[in-house]
Write a protein that binds this ligand. Structure first.
Ligand code: HDE
Length: 712
C-alpha cells in the first residue's frame, strides 16, 4: 500500500461528487483505507524494498544460470503463481457496481430496519449481476437466469438481498440444489456446453422434476436473454419477513423495478452477441456509469399480513410460486442508484461475498425450505472460495457498522484485536464487547418469535404439490410474440438434446400439463408424435392472467439510454447527422457514427468527421436502432458495401427501428425491403418522430413473421 497520497483517483471523486454526501461516504472511507494509489511511487517489493532492476533475473554471468537467492524474482513469481482463486460454483460470471439506496419515506409501520425508516439517509450499496451456468469467462448474453445481488451497508450491519431476475426457482427444497446444478452445468465428460442449458443432463433432470416446470418456462422466455443489466427486474424470490417496532411480522416478497423499463434481446441477436461482444452486458453497465447515465431501480415489497398466510391458491413458502401483483400490489420503498464503477474487479466484484443470511433488525426469514438451505450454503462456499472465515474483513465486505466480538485468528486475519479477553462473560476487559437488548431502534437482533410445534419429518408439504398452474398462468399472460418465442426456445433447446426419450418426456409429461397447444407446437418442431392432453389435474387459478408478467407491459415509453448506429461513407449529409444527434441527446439516447473503416469520413460539404468505429467493429447487434443519413455519394458507396448491407438486413431481422434519410431511401430497393412501422423513410420531423416512436416500442414485433425470410 502506498505510504503517500491517500487520496482517491480523480475518476472516483468525480463519481462520488454527484452524491449527496450522506452516509455513503462512510463506505467510501472504509474502502479508502485499503485503496492503493501507485502514482509517483517507487516500485518496491512486498517488504518495502525499492527495486533497482525489474527487467533481469539475478544470474551467474549474463549468459549463466539464475540464482536462487534472487528474492525479488521469487517473490514476484510466487505471488503470480497464486493469483487465481476458485470461481463461484454457480454465478461465476458477473459484474458489479457501487451506488446508494434511499427510502422514499419512513416505512416504520412495516419494519424497524433503520435504512427503511429514514428518507434522508443514503445507504451505500454494492451490486453484483451474474449469469448462473457459465464459468468466469463465458458470454454475457447466453440464455440463463441472471443473479441480482445487492449488499446494503446499513448503519445496523450488512443486509444482503441476494436475488435473481426471475421471481421463482427450479426447486422447492435446498437439498435438491446440488442435483439441479450438476444437471445444468456442462456435461461432465466433455465440459460442453458452456453457458447453456441446451443439453441432455439439464433436460433429463427438469423433465423428471415437475416442480421445475414454472421456472423452466421463464427460462425459455425472453426474460433469460435480457437486453441489459440496467433494464432487468430483480426479485428476492424467497419469502422474507418484515418486523416493526411492535414486533408485528408480515411476509414480504422483494421486487426491483428498473426505471428504464424491462426488455430483452431476440434470440439470434443474443447468440451473435455472445461471440461478437462477450462483455456486452458488463460493458453497457460500465459505460452507463462512466457517462453519468446512472442505472436506477425502485425497490418495492408485496406485503402479506400474517393472517393472510394461507389465503392463496399456493403456499407462500413455496419458491416455485410467485404472488401475482393483481392479488398483492407492490408497495414502493425507495430507489437504488448505481453511480460508481469499481476500481479493481478482483478486489471488489470477485471478492464480494453475499449471503441471504446477512440481515438486520427489522428483517427476518420465512420457513421456505429453499431459503433455509441458502442461509447455510453461502457462508460455507466462501470458506473455500475466499480461503477461510475472515472474508468479512475484505474491504468490499466490511460493514460500515463497527464489528467486535470474540472471534479470533484463522487464515488471513487482518484485524489486530487489542483486548485480552476473547470470551464472554469476562471481567478483564470490563465485560466488553457486551450484548445489546432488542429495542425499537438500534437494538440487538432478535429472531421473530414464531411458535413451532411439529414432528421432525422429511416431507414435502402437500401445499407444494401443484407444479403446473403458475407455469400456465405465465404462458397465458404472455403476448403473442412472447408465446412464439417460448415455443421456439423449447424447440431449440430440446432439439439439442440427443436422447429422444428425454425430449418426449418434457413434451408429454411437462408441457402437455401446462398447455396442450404449446406441447403440440414443440412436438411438431421436434418431429415427435402429437401429444395427448396432460394427465395431471391442474387447479384453476384466480387470476388466470397476470398482465404484470408480460414484458410487453413493462416498457418505459421513452427512448432514454437507447443506442443508435449512424452509417456513413464519404459524401454523407453532415447536417442530418448533427440534427439526429441533437434530437437523440435531448431524449437521453445516444448515437455512434460508423464508417466503412475506422478512418474519418468527409461530408458532402467537405467537412471531416471522425467516426466512433467501423461497421465491423461495432456490429448492428450492439445497437437498438440504425439511422442512414442521405448524401448521394455515401449511399452509393453503402449500396456496394456488403458489410453495410448486412448491417441493415441484420438490424431488420432483429426487428429494430431503421430510418432511411434523404437519398438513403434507395437502399430499400437494394435490400428488397418494404416500409413498416419501424422501417421509416423520410427527412421531415414526422419521420424522426416515427423513428423515435419505433425505438420506444423496443422492437417491431409485427415484422417478425416477415423477418424470418431474412438470412441469419
Ligand atoms: Fe444461490 N448460491 N443458491 N440462489 N445465488 C450462490 O454463493 C444456493 C438461489 C444467487 O453475485 C453461491 O457466493 C443454494 C436462489 C445469486 O456473488 C452458493 C440454493 C437465488 C448468487 C449458492 C440457491 C439465488 C448466488 C455460489 C438453493 C435467487 C451470486 C457463490 C437452496 C433468490 C451472488 C456464492 C454473487 C450464489 C447456493 C438458490 C441467487 C453456492 C444452496 C433461489 C444472485 O452458496
Amino acid at each position: 500500500m502506498s505510504s503517500k497520497k491517500p487520496s482517491l483517483p480523480k475518476s472516483q471523486l468525480a463519481g462520488t461528487d454527484t452524491l449527496d454526501r450522506g452516509n455513503t461516504n462512510s463506505k467510501l472511507q472504509s474502502l479508502e483505507t485499503f485503496r492503493s494509489d501507485a502514482s509517483e511511487q517507487a516500485l518496491r517489493t512486498n517488504q518495502g524494498v525499492k527495486v533497482a532492476d525489474n527487467q533481469n533475473t539475478l544470474k551467474a554471468g549474463a549468459r549463466g544460470p539464475s540464482l536462487l537467492e534472487d528474492f525479488i524474482m521469487r517473490e514476484k513469481i510466487t505471488h503470480f503463481d497464486h493469483e487465481r482463486i476458485p470461481e463461484r460454483v454457480v454465478h461465476a460470471r458477473g459484474t458489479g457496481a457501487h451506488g446508494y439506496f434511499q427510502a422514499y419515506e419512513n416505512h416504520s409501520a412495516l419494519t424497524k430496519a433503520g435504512f427503511l425508516r429514514d428518507p434522508g439517509k443514503k445507504t451505500p450499496v454494492f451490486v453484483r449481476f451474474s449469469t448462473v451456468q457459465g464459468p468466469r469467462g463465458s458470454g454475457d448474453t447466453v440464455r440463463d437466469v441472471r443473479g441480482f445481488a445487492v449488499k446494503f451497508f446499513t448503519d445496523e450491519g450488512n443486509f444482503d438481498l441476494v436475488g435473481n431476475n426471475i421471481p421463482v426457482f427450479f426447486i422447492q427444497d435446498a437439498v435438491k440444489f446440488p442435483d439441479f446444478v450438476h444437471a445444468v452445468k456442462p456435461e461432465p465428460h466433455n465440459e460442453i456446453p458452456t453457458g447453456a442449458s441446451a443439453h441432455d443432463t439439464f433436460w433429463d433432470f427438469v423433465s423428471l422434476q415437475p416442480e421445475s416446470a414454472h421456472m423452466v418456462m421463464w427460462v425459455m422466455s425472453d426474460r433469460a436473454i435480457p437486453k441489459s443489466l440496467r433494464s432487468m427486474q430483480g426479485f428476492g424470490v424467497n419469502t422474507f419477513r418484515f418486523i416493526n417496532a411492535e414486533g408485528t411480522s408480515s411476509f414480504v416478497k422483494f421486487h426491483w423495478q428498473p426505471t428504464v423499463g424491462t426488455c430483452s434481446l431476440v434470440w439470434d441477436e443474443a447468440q451473435k452477441l455472445a461471440g461478437k461482444d462477450t462483455d456486452f452486458h458488463r460493458r453497457d453497465l460500465w459505460e452507463s456509469i462512466e457517462s453519468g447515465d446512472y442505472p436506477e431501480w425502485e425497490l418495492g415489497v408485496q406485503v402479506i399480513v400474517e393472517e393472510n398466510e394461507h389465503k392463496f391458491d399456493f403456499d407462500i413458502l413455496d419458491p416455485t410460486k410467485l404472488v401475482p401483483e393483481e392479488l398483492v400490489p407492490i408497495t414502493p420503498l425507495g430507489k437504488m442508484v448505481l453511480n460508481r464503477n469499481p476500481d479493481n474487479f478482483f478486489a471488489e466484484t470477485e471478492q464480494v461475498a453475499f449471503c441471504p443470511g446477512n440481515i438486520v433488525p427489522g428483517i427476518d426469514f420465512s420457513n421456505d425450505p429453499l431459503l433455509q438451505g441458502r442461509l447455510f450454503s453461502y457462508t460455507d462456499t466462501q470458506l473455500s472460495r475466499l480461503g477461510g472465515p475472515n472474508f468479512h474483513e475484505l474491504p468490499i465486505n466490511r460493514p460500515v457498522a463497527p464489528f467486535h466480538n470474540g472471534q479470533r485468528d484463522a487464515m488471513h486475519r487482518s484485524t489486530i484485536d487489542k483486548g485480552r479477553a476473547s470470551y464472554e462473560p469476562n471481567s478483564i476487559d470490563g465485560g466488553w464487547p457486551k450484548e445489546t437488548p432488542p429495542a425499537a431502534e438500534d437494538g440487538g437482533f432478535e429472531s421473530h418469535n414464531e411458535r413451532i410445534d411439529a414432528h421432525k419429518i422429511r416431507q414435502r408439504s402437500p401445499s407444494f404439490s401443484d407444479h403446473f398452474s403458475q407455469a400456465r398462468l405465465f404462458f397465458n399472460s404472455m403476448s403473442k410474440h412472447e408465446q412464439e418465442h417460448i415455443i421456439a426456445a423449447y424447440s431449440f433447446e430440446l432439439g439439442k438434446v440427443e436422447r429422444e426419450a428425454i425430449r418426449a418426456r418434457q413434451v408429454n409429461e411437462i408441457l402437455a400439463n401446462i398447455d396442450l397447444e404449446l406441447a403440440k407446437r414443440v412436438a411438431q418442431n421436434l418431429g415427435l408424435p402429437v401429444p395427448k392432453a396432460g394427465t395431471v389435474e391442474v387447479p384453476e387459478l384466480t387470476p388466470d392472467h397476470s398482465p404484470a408478467l408480460s414484458q410487453a407491459n413493462l416498457l418505459s415509453g421513452d427512448i432514454k439510454t437507447r443506442k443508435v448506429a449512424i452509417l456513413a461513407a464519404n459524401g454523407v449529409d453532415g447536417r442530418a447527422i448533427a440534427g439526429l444527434k441533437k434530437a437523440l441527446e435531448a431524449e437521453g439516447a445516444r448515437a455512434k457514427l460508423l464508417g466503412p473503416t475506422s478512418a474519418p469520413v468527409t461530408t458532402a460539404d467537405g467537412k471531416t468527421l471522425a467516426v466512433d468505429a467501423s461497421m465491423e467493429g461495432l456490429p448492428s447487434v450492439a445497437f437498438d436502432a440504425v439511422f442512414v443519413p442521405g448524401g448521394a455519394k455515401s449511399i452509393q458507396a453503402l449500396s456496394n458495401d456488403g458489410v453495410a448491407l448486412h448491417y441493415l438486413l441484420e438490424a431488420y431481422k432483429h426487428l429494430k427501428a431503421i430510418a432511411l434519410h434523404g437519398e438513403a431511401k434507395q437502399l430499400l430497393d437494394v435490400l428488397k425491403l418494404e416500409v413498416d412501422a419501424g422501417l421509416i423513410v423520410g427527412d421531415d420531423a414526422q419521420a424522426l418522430k416515427a423513428f423515435f416512436n419505433a425505438i420506444a416500442h423496443h422492437r417491431v414485433w409485427e415484422r417478425e413473421p416477415k423477418a424470418k425470410a431474412i438470412p441469419a
